[in-house]
Design a protein around this ligand. Sequence first.
Ligand code: PEP
Ligand code: MN
Length: 346
Amino acid sequence: MIVVMKTGAPTDVIEELATEFEGWGLTPEKIVGTHKIVIGLVGDTASLDEARIQELSPFIEQVLRVEKPYKRASLEFHNGESTTVTVATPNGPVHFGRSHPLVVMAGPCSVENEAMIVATAKSVGASGAKLLRGGAYKPRTSPYSFQGHGESALELLEAARAASGLGIITEVMDTADIDRIAAVADILQVGARNMQNFALLKQVGQQSKPVMVKRGPSATIDEWLMAAEYVLAAGNPNVILCERGIRTFDSKYTRNTLDLSAVPVLQSLTHLPIVIDPSHGTGKSQFVPATSKAAVALNVDSLMIEVHPDPSKALSDGPQSLTFSAFSTLMDELEPVARIVGRDYA
Ligand code: PEP
Ligand code: MN
């Protein structure tokens, strides 16, 4: 249920209403928009009567029922206004959201050694990336594949952050590692395979770093938004969604099927920032530039792209990683596409 307040509704009226709703066993969440304040009601709202709420105050403009299973993640709950997730990087704040420049995050699949991660950070930063990606803890299909260097790789990410000024995004797979990772990372990534690891979602929701939730390989959009809802419900409002390809009947030419239609669908459903990962989405570096441009043409808020100094020698995901020069060329090619759709390109 959403209670839309009239413009200029006094603060004490809003506080009194919030107390009233708490007395009804509900959790009122105040969302301050540019023009209006909205009170989102979470809890058992099925039996509530809109008219009864409307009568509580003349300052209530409208009472709306949210039919969707997710509440805090829904666009209605935010009065139709998009959310900005701001990340503090050494080079300055980076904003993710509909009204901000396209944010590109780039880097290797895994952090392999100090030289490669520092070189990659400097190169992608010079090409315009704002955050460095790189896995310390890797979710691998086979237990015999490279699992990531773990804790020692976090130190290497810290070194790359200091050397480049870029923010860091890295994956958290285990609740036991959250504090350690949050001490280094500017964004915590919940990987596709962990999208419904509810214990993990709840716990990243209880810390303050922004969280990027990747879409599970077989997750519906509603299941994905419900995963985001877990993080929001636990108290962390800074959630970003990342489409990275889903599993379909055809995996002959691409690793996954990159669901680009998820971008306009999410734009219609949620206020949260949207990222496309064309690297995992296609699994092949040759398809990354075209799908990146398509995503920017859809006015996506951010891209996450795998880049490696020598993809042929990468310990993971080499075939889908761009070289430094291919990444730099792509960044130049994205600019006119961004401008056409009215997206700033910083
Ligand atoms: C990754 O970003 O390296 C990764 C493992 O992604 P996903 O969870 O989408 O497979
Ligand atoms: Mn990868």
